[in-house]
Ligand binder design. Structure first.
Ligand code: ZN
Length: 194
């Protein structure tokens, strides 16, 4: 037989006990553990003693006295334009970039025919790839079970116009909602003096 796990009461368990939100597991533990029962009794005594303490609040004019000690500096000027500082690594990186661009332009000017050949081949390859992807996409779309129903619905001009209007309406609602979210509220609203 495995021994009962000795998870004694934690501070959270004590809080849960006082608010009568103790879990069944810990409730069962409390019934079998002498130590934890003693802890609960002691904790009750501490709480009772704390309840008898008088509460402290700041005297009148506390905020004024604090603010009298706070020095508020004048606002620092903000430059209209700011540039990054030219450190040695940044200058090296900029020089390397400029040198690379000059080299690239020079090479392209000298080897113009070679470059144009590459570009032609690359664009032809990309064009073929795009065309085949488009065809595959169309085939995939036509193979979908809902494709025919969409097609039949969109075949009627009135329904198509309704769908378009609904889509535009949804889009406009989304825009208005987004604008409402990002617009800051006008003026400060304080709950403290309400
Ligand atoms: Zn215990």
């Amino acid at each position: 037989m495995t021994p009962w796990p000795t998870h004694h009461f934690t501070a959270d368990d004590l809080d849960a006990f006082h608010t009568e939100a103790l879990s069944n597991e810990m409730q069962l533990h409390l019934e079998t553990c002498e130590d934890c029962r003693r802890l609960v009794v002691l904790d009750r005594q501490v709480l009772a003693m704390m309840n008898r303490l008088s509460s402290f609040g700041p005297r009148d004019g506390f905020a004024d006295r604090v603010m009298a000690r706070v020095t508020v500096g004048s606002p620092a000027p903000v430059p209209v334009l700011s540039y990054p500082r030219f450190t040695r690594p940044r200058i090296a990186a900029l020089s390397a970039l400029a040198a690379g661009m000059v080299t690239s332009i020079a090479w392209s000017t000298v080897n113009r025919a070679v470059l144009e050949g590459w570009l032609d081949r690359t664009s032809a390859t990309l064009w073929n790839l795009g065309a085949s992807l488009w065809q595959q996409g169309l085939l995939l779309l036509a193979a979908q079970p809902w494709y025919d129903s969409i097609r039949s619905v969109s075949g009627e001009p009135v329904r198509l116009a309704l769908i378009a209007a609904g889509t535009i309406g949804l889009y406009a609602t989304g825009l208005v909602a987004l604008r409402r979210l990002v617009t800051p509220s006008a003026g400060s609203v304080s709950n403290a003096r309400a």
